[in-house]
Design a protein around this ligand. Structure first.
Ligand code: NAD
Ligand code: AKB
Length: 330
């Protein structure tokens, strides 16, 4: 299905759009690797430039150009945008919730200044589009727990959540004030087998698969009944591309769209894994990440994304678990 969507996008782009040159910042990360590969299928390998502070992820090697880049160095970023004739930026570099609580100043600095550098350059160079993800981490303990709506009380308690919420309003500001076509999704926790997650509270839902395969047991850092919104990576990539390809007239939310895939607890995902690996056992020892998880909603209402640009997920808990286990084996 993702293949078909990529083909349709490719056809549309070839017919109606001028040549696009895309810079992915943070391309070696959990989302960056898969998004870069998907964008290369649509726009052509040489038109999608992967960049990161760290070395190129081995999965990207040989698939297209890579430049080493620090998003905090605005001059260097600006030079690359001009040199590579960039027309769109996907900004993925950030410090996530759990790592952010260990170094709040660094998280605030990178998550805010990185975004402002990109938005400024987008304005100066008249870029066609910018993509920047937000997170369900914008919500806090006073937000509704179940089916949390797009607009509600939003009082985040992590530095990561604060930076994402402030970032959403910067995106909206640059759109209203300077006409930048910046688009954003509030991703839930993302589950993938290609590249490892980078320091979030939802990382348990990836670790559990590797431990189940290798050790047949897993000690979870969240309590068994901690429900969180989650999404399988192919759905996240599909959502990102569909949002970015939607006509501007369909985009009514210029802060960031709520988006939802599934919701489950550690106990539920463990039970689903046990259907495939009967000897698998889970135990629980919660740590500082439990209070972060407690502050987030358990599920998300994404009606606006569904109505505006036709969002619909493909994977649920059981299809995701099967696909993860099949692919980790490979
Ligand atoms: P990640 O940590 O796996 O990847 C981030 C990448 O950015 C890393 O490869 C890192 O080396 C790079 N980076 C860090 N500092 C940089 C700098 N100064 N210059 C250039 N590159 C730098 O993160 P991810 O999970 O891929 O997340 C990408 C984006 O999606 C982030 O904005 C994150 O907040 C958001 N998001 C992710 C999830 C998730 O579950 N993965 C959920 C919600 C939102
Ligand atoms: C995290 O746990 O920090 C991320 C997120 C939900 O933003 N996965």
């Amino acid at each position: 299905m993702l293949e078909r969507i990529l083909q349709i996008c490719l056809l549309k782009i070839e017919i109606i759009m001028p040549k696009q040159r895309i810079l992915v910042i943070g391309a070696s990360g959990q989302i960056g690797v898969e998004l870069t590969l998907a964008l290369r299928k649509i726009y052509g390998n040489n038109n999608v430039i992967a960049s990161d502070l760290r070395e190129q992820n081995p999965l990207l090697e040989g698939s297209g150009p890579y430049v080493s880049l620090d998003v905090m160095n605005k001059e260097m970023l600006h030079v690359q945008v001009i040199r590579q004739n960039i027309t769109q930026i996907y900004l993925l570099a950030a410090i996530l919730s759990a790592t952010g609580e260990k170094n709040p100043n660094l998280a605030w600095h990178l998550n805010m200044q990185g975004l402002l550098n990109v938005l400024d350059i987008a304005r100066e160079e008249n870029l066609h589009k910018v993509y920047w993800p937000s997170s369900i981490a914008v919500f806090g303990p006073t937000s509704p727990k179940v089916n949390c709506p797009q607009q509600t009380i939003i009082e985040p308690i992590t530095v990561y959540g604060i930076s994402k919420y402030a970032g959403e309003f910067w995106c909206n500001y640059y759109h209203q004030r300077f006409g930048i076509d910046v688009r954003s999704l509030r991703y839930p926790g993302l589950i993938s087998y290609k590249s490892a997650p980078g320091g979030g509270t939802t990382d348990y839902a990836v670790e559990i698969f590797h431990e189940a395969k290798e050790e047949k047991k897993y000690e979870c850092f969240l309590k068994e009944d901690t429900y969180l919104p989650m999404m399988y990576m192919p759905d996240a990539i599909k959502a990102t591309i569909e949002l970015m390809e939607a006509p501007a007239s369909k985009i009514t939310t210029r802060t960031s769209y709520n988006i939802s895939g599934m919701s489950f607890s550690p106990k539920e995902i463990a039970a689903e894994i046990k259907k495939h690996i009967p000897e698998f056992e889970i135990s629980y020892k919660d740590d500082y990440r439990q209070s972060i998880a407690n502050s987030w909603p358990q599920s998300i209402d994404d009606t606006i994304a569904r109505n505006d640009w036709g969002w619909k997920e493909e994977y649920n808990l059981s299809t995701m678990v099967k696909d993860m286990l099949d692919n980790i084996s490979k």
